[in-house]
Ligand binder design. Sequence first.
Ligand code: GCU
Length: 423
Amino acid sequence: MPQFQRHFATILVLAFASALSSPQANAQEAKRPWSANPELVKKLELRRVGVNYTESKVPDYTLPNPLTANDGAAVAIAATWNASRRAELMKLFRDQVYGRRPKQEYSIQFEKTAEITDAFDGAATGRSMNAIISIADRSYSFPFVLFIPNNARGPVPAVIHINNRYFIPLDTAASKHDPFWPARTLIERGYATASFHTSNVDPDKRDGYAGGVRSFFANGQPPKDNAWRSLSAWGWAASRVLDHIESLDTIDGARVAVVGHSRGGKTSLWAACEDPRFAIAYSNNSGCGGAALSRRAYGETVRRITTNFPHWFCKPFSEYADREAELPVDQHEVIALIAPRGVYVASSDQDLWADPKGEYASLTAAAPVFQLLGKESITNPEMPALNQPRVVGQTGYHIRSGGHGLGDPDWNWFLDFADSLLK
Ligand code: GCU
């Protein structure tokens, strides 16, 4: 290349580079729909061989239409959805994905084991509680912790937090900020809040059955292939906490959100499908078997999840390993089953295992059901930019910078959304 041309090329490159880093370019970048960082994709594919993180390798797929009934008829009015189509989908998810809950009658009691009346400098009353479930002379119990604002003018909305990581005892929750369950923040924002630990309900391990509530219901008999598994059992427990909350006149049982992260986020979505009393489900980084579309087979797949966590899903789900296209349902229909109530999905940009794009896509694919039920929801096929929450009507979404986790920014954006529906 002659020298003057080389100079010219250098000038062009420099001009381009400076344009890229100019404030305008940064502002543009901040508005650009999110997509996975190619360097991260490369790095993750080297780390986990055989896992797809490349967008162009996502298989072509057609999602099942939530508004096409099993017999092929179009579901054109809300009454048909409410009378039959919703039940058809529930049956498919129960039989093929999460399992059926038991039908036995049981009684439930709530026992207060400790109380702090001036938690958070007097802003709340905190209680240690036990939910005691009885069938004949047998019982099973699990603990939860509850905070209720002290000086509210009337019944307040509440957030039930499914803690998939650890149990946070009352004293700890009252004295130490934990971004995984920031009880004080919730109180300050006007919410009552309760939290329980999943493993206290159904141990989160492949051989934990005997010690959990599923075995209690089955009186020690092994689970049938389509019986409920841990995710459904944990969601059931969230409903039991709601039973207690509903009985309190300080909390408005019609304005309760269920929140979970990761396996807890898969749980919060399914909990809200099974229990129409939940006004909002928030799923954080829930990925495969949660908000993410199974058919994308991006990051974690049906094969991987059912191999590594056989206690989460009922047996038939594992039969769709590498045959996702044959699933009679996909995860956008979990979101559709929560409609017309609120659903908020959150991803994080380094958590490609959970497939942020697939989490967002399933939220928008549920839009026709929100619309049929007379509600607005997110329809924009382009993902929002990083750290720019998007809220439309009954649905919200954000992708946060950072890794797999639930923290203060997630809570704050979620609570802004909850405020819009519950206050
Ligand atoms: C594993 C699992 C995910 C799950 C996550 C979690 O990574 O593969 O499906 O969401 O654990 O619960 O943290």
